[in-house]
Design a protein around this ligand. Structure first.
Ligand code: SAH
Length: 220
């Protein structure tokens, strides 16, 4: 039964997932390891049963608490961009949500630390990753804009919600050569930014317009 749930049938089957992978390829995602993760992670278990038939559409879908599961294209793109910089021993993810992005990323890095401000979502994410047998993720309930100092500095930090300006704490928790990927700006005018920490300065590049939910302060 459990295997059947993960494998999916009909609109959640391997064929449907292959079509999503093909679409992401056409949109420019080249990393084979990332495409393989998109193929293998059963996105339908992360959404409500009523939405399962739409799980392999390339769109964000509601997961409750006013939040959404990220669009597969953006998950693939952020993951591939993070991996470009070489092996990642430790990565910090802000905005666990239902854990879909964590499930795609975790097997590609040494250790993943993931923070979420809404506790019931975090609980759900933990259960999903357990079901998938993913064990290299540590979760924390809290405000991710302050980062997670205990395990810093990080090779990479990925933020799945948009602050108006980049939190300094996140830049401070990067290793030299480490990268922070973060959507920045108000709703309707966000840009995906990549910050690279160098010895004496921080490099900043825009990777183009994106649409994310806002990064909120405090816990939910
Ligand atoms: N990548 C997730 C979806 C992220 S939606 C997935 O694949 O499901 C963005 C998430 O960021 C939401 O769950 C929201 O609650 C969370 N969030 C917003 N502000 C936050 C903050 N300051 N700290 C931690 N999480 C935050």
């Amino acid at each position: 039964m459990a295997d059947l749930r993960l494998a999916g049938i009909g609109m959640t089957s391997a064929r449907t997932r292959d079509r999503l992978v093909q679409r992401l390829r056409e949109q420019g995602i080249q990393s084979l390891e990332v495409l393989e993760r998109i193929r293998n992670v059963p996105r339908h278990i992360f959404v409500d049963e009523a939405l399962a038939s739409r799980a392999y559409e390339d769109t964000a879908l509601p997961i409750g608490f006013g939040q959404t599961i990220s669009q597969p294209y953006i998950v693939a793109r952020m993951t591939a961009t993070l991996l470009e910089s070489g092996p990642l021993h430790n990565v910090l993810e802000i905005g666990t949500g239902c854990g879909y992005q964590s499930a795609v990323l975790a097997p590609l890095v040494g250790k993943l630390y993931s923070m979420e401000r809404i506790e019931p979502l975090l609980r759900r994410a933990k259960a999903h990753l357990r079901e998938l047998g993913i064990r290299n993720v540590r979760f924390r309930h809290g405000d991710g804009s302050r980062g997670w100092k205990t395990h810093a500095p990080y090779d990479g930090i990925l933020v799945a919600a948009a602050p108006l300006t980049v939190p300094d704490a996140l830049l401070e928790q990067l290793k030299v050569g480490g990268r922070l990927l973060v959507p920045v700006g108000p709703e309707g005018r966000q840009e995906l930014m990549r910050y690279t920490r160098r010895e004496l300065r921080v490099e900043r590049e825009s990777l183009g317009p994106v649409a994310f939910v806002p990064l909120l302060s405090g816990v939910g």
